[in-house]
Every structure is written in structure tokens, then in C-alpha cells.
Design a protein around this ligand. Structure first.
Ligand code: UD1
Length: 415
């Protein structure tokens, strides 16, 4: 089993280009289920979750191929409507096949979704939305089946601005008869990016990226090419690693607009973050504790809560991190404690008291972002940290060890 060996790092220095967004790419890949033409996506990152989505789509009848920089997805022969259990258990984003299948074939069947073990993660909002669009929802043999001759437009209010539900319903509504209005939609930038691709495919969508999205249904979609947005979570992780080591790093392609909350909190900690023509430049310094609440976009992203906690473990003073999005997202805490961190969890909040020193330890990447947090902690810890279960990390980061090593960090991946 692969693991990462991380030694205490000197200040990270240099430049690095941010990968394209995993969370933007996954729903875009599912769009191939809605047309007989091909979808071309450029710069798709080589990640386990992307491979998983490609295999899932392949099982449904799509042809997915990769040349050097482009992924081509062709849904001409899609006829199967059942998303296999093994994919769903591996990746929660498998549920994103449901809206497109329902729109194209009038039927979609799926197991309850899996993914990182960060809470119960229900899909009730997706299903309520499909029902509002005219689908009949049934539960049988641990599967959920949705069926509709043709979906019709509806006015849908999301009880919570779920990213996945907004994407699924937006995709389904593009081929529905009539107009759909999604109220209290998620505003994450990956949704606007998805709408851009759908627009290129012939969909009529207005307001994506805001809390009200209007979709005027069309009878057919066609092929398109798109370059997904830069990955704001990978960019944020590298910003935090650079700041934690007191480094000076230029992140090429990082978008200030999508990282406003993270930049604000880093500055509050004492780091310097500036926009550069090519991206974002971060320079670390003496860091002090800050309080953070994870919120829906444009609030502080839950996906960066764990890496931020790892940084705050060595910041001066006390920090309070409150997790509002997922109920079980402090899985990094026991691992960080093994490295000497002082963290107390009280319900949805974690109180982090900055310590002078962390020490290396054997720790396990319990989920994707918790894993990134442990690598960051290892960069600032005395001695050697061994991070196991790195398959979780590789679901979302193309080569975190290699990226950090290119900036001077003594990190290596060992088989
Ligand atoms: C997406 C991101 C994930 C990120 C999350 C929140 C992808 C592939 N993943 O996940 O990295 O952490 O947004 O920014 O884009 N909920 C319900 N019912 C539902 C749907 C969601 O109760 O039907 C709850 C979830 O349990 C969770 C919260 O809503 O507590 C947020 O979930 P959601 O926004 O749907 O996240 P994902 O789309 O799964």
C-alpha cells in the first residue's frame, strides 16, 4: 500500500500550476449521458474519482477516451439506466448520473451513494427535486429508482443549497418540458462552470452561480468542448501549505475570486496573499490563531477546514473552527493529536490551542481532505511523518507529494 513520507519542511518556494477542478469535472462528465454527440473536456486531472466516474459512465454505455490533454466522452450508445453498486459505494458523486439519465432515458436507478465518510450525506433534496420535475420515485432492493416519461418544468425550493442537488436538478431540467426555477440553489463556482458547458451544449440556463437558477427546457442537447475551472480546493490547500511553512509561492491559475474567504482568513492569521497576473502569491510569516466557520459559498469551504486546522495547530493562540456543512468532518483530529496537537471537539466546534511543536508520527488519511491536512501538519512537524491510506488523498489531488516536493518540501510517495 502506498504511503507518504513527510519530513519537516523548509519554507516552500517557487511556482506551481493549479490542476483543473475535480468537483467541476465530475458533473461535466455526467453531461455526456444527455446527448448522442461527444463532449470534450480539456485538462481533466488524472484522479481516482475521475477514473471512477469514467468507468461508471462506461458501464452505462458511454465511450470515454483520453488523449494527452483532452478527455472525450460520447454518450451515443447509452441505454443502461442502472448505476452499479461498486461505483456508488466508492464515490458519492455517482449520484450525478441520475439527473442526466432521467432526462435522456426517462429512467434512472442507483444504490444509496458513498464517498468520503463525512456524515450521513443523504440525497433527499435530489429526489424531492426529481419528484417535482414529474418523476415517480420508488425504493426497492436498496436501490432508488426514478421514472418519468418526460420531465416537466417546476418551481423548486431547495431546503438547503446542496451543490450536488443543484447540479443534478439543473442537468435534468435542461431537457424537461417547460421552465424550471431553482430557488435557494447552491452558489459554488463549479455550478456556474457546469452551466457554461451546458450552455455550449444548447441548454438555456440563466442565473447559475446565484441563488435563483432558471432553466428553460430544450428538446435536445449537442456536443461541446470546455476547459473546466481551476481547482480552488487544491489551490487553497497549497496556499495553506506555503503559509504554514513560512514560504513564498506563486500559484499559477489560482483565482482570487473563488478563494476570497480563504485569503481573508490567511491574512487574518498573518500571511500575505497578493494577486499576481499569473495567479496568487502567498508569503507566510508568524501565524496567529483565528476563528473560522465553514459555510456554503462564498463562505469558508468545508473542504479546506481540515487543512486549515492543521495550519492552526502551530499558530499562536487559540482558534475555534466550527463545521456547519457536514456532521462528521473532524476525522483528522485524533490523527493530529498523535502529532502533538492540542484540539478539543465540542459538538460542531473544535478548539485548537496552538503548540510550539508538532512531532512526526504514523497517521492515517481517513478521508480526502483530512489526508491533505496530515501532509500539511507533517511539513511543520519535527521528524518524520508517515501518512498511510493515501488512496483517499489521490481521489482529489493529482500528485500532492510531487507538487509539494517541486516547491522544496521533503515529501515522497512510497509504494
Ligand atoms: C460537494 C463537493 C464536496 C463539498 C460539498 C460541500 C463535489 C463532487 N463534492 O459535495 O467536495 O464538500 O459539495 O461544499 O462537488 N444534503 C442533504 N440532502 C441532500 C443533499 C445534501 O441533507 O439531498 C446535505 C449533506 O448531507 C451535507 C450538505 O447537505 O450535510 C452539503 O452537501 P452537498 O452540498 O450536497 O455536497 P455534495 O454535493 O455531496
Amino acid at each position: 500500500m502506498a504511503h507518504y513520507v513527510v519530513e519537516k519542511s523548509p519554507a516552500l518556494r517557487g511556482e506551481i500550476t493549479v490542476q483543473r477542478s475535480k468537483n467541476a469535472v465530475l458533473p461535466m462528465m455526467a453531461c455526456c449521458l444527455m446527448t448522442r454527440d461527444c463532449i470534450g473536456l480539456t485538462g481533466v486531472p488524472r484522479l481516482a474519482d475521475v477514473d471512477c466516474m469514467a468507468s461508471l459512465l462506461g458501464d452505462l454505455g458511454a465511450q470515454v477516451t483520453r488523449s494527452r490533454d483532452e478527455m472525450s466522452l460520447c454518450g451515443a450508445d447509452v441505454s443502461d439506466y442502472c448505476t452499479g453498486r461498486h461505483w456508488v459505494e466508492r464515490m458519492r458523486a455517482s449520484v450525478l448520473a441520475m439527473g442526466p439519465l432521467l432526462a435522456r432515458l426517462g429512467r434512472a436507478r442507483i444504490q444509496f451513494p458513498g464517498g468520503c465518510a463525512i456524515g450521513s450525506r443523504p440525497i433527499d433534496l435530489h429526489l424531492k427535486g426529481f419528484a417535482a420535475l414529474g418523476a415517480h420515485i420508488a425504493l426497492a432492493d436498496g436501490c432508488i429508482e426514478a421514472e418519468a416519461q418526460r420531465l416537466h418544468g417546476a418551481h423548486i425550493y431547495l431546503d438547503f443549497p446542496s451543490v450536488g442537488a443543484t447540479e443534478n436538478l439543473m442537468m435534468a431540467a435542461t431537457l424537461a418540458q417547460g421552465t424550471t426555477v431553482l430557488e435557494n440553489a447552491a452558489k459554488e463556482p463549479e455550478i456556474a462552470d457546469l452551466a457554461e458547458l451546458l450552455g455550449k451544449m444548447g441548454a438555456r440556463i440563466c442565473g447559475a452561480g446565484g441563488s435563483t437558477v432558471t432553466i428553460e427546457g430544450v428538446t435536445a442537447l449537442h456536443g461541446a468542448r470546455h476547459a473546466p475551472m481551476p481547482d480552488r480546493i487544491e489551490a487553497g490547500t497549497l496556499l495553506l501549505c506555503a503559509a504554514a511553512t513560512g514560504g513564498d509561492v506563486l500559484l499559477r491559475g489560482a483565482q482570487e475570486s473563488t478563494l476570497a474567504a480563504v485569503i481573508a482568513k490567511l491574512r487574518e492569521c498573518g500571511a500575505r496573499v497578493e494577486r499576481d497576473a499569473a495567479g496568487l502569491r502567498v508569503r507566510g510569516g508568524e501565524l496567529t490563531g483565528v476563528d473560522i466557520e465553514t459555510l456554503v459559498y462564498p463562505g469558508f469551504p468545508t473542504d479546506l477546514q481540515a487543512p486549515m486546522m492543521a495550519l492552526l495547530c502551530r499558530a499562536q493562540g487559540t482558534s475555534i473552527l466550527t463545521e456547519h456543512i457536514f456532521e462528521n468532518r473532524f476525522m483528522q483530529v485524533p490523527q493530529l493529536r498523535r502529532m502533538g496537537a492540542s484540539i478539543t471537539v465540542r459538538g460542531r466546534s473544535a478548539i485548537v490551542r496552538g503548540v510550539c511543536e508538532l512531532h512526526g508520527a504514523h497517521v492515517s488519511a481517513t478521508d480526502l481532505r483530512a489526508g491533505a491536512a496530515l501532509v500539511l501538519a507533517g511539513l511543520t512537524a519535527e521528524g518524520r511523518t508517515v501518512v498511510t491510506d493515501v488512496a483517499h488523498i489521490e481521489r482529489g489531488y493529482v500528485d500532492l507529494a510531487g507538487s509539494l516536493a517541486s516547491l522544496g518540501a521533503p515529501v515522497r510517495r512510497v509504494e
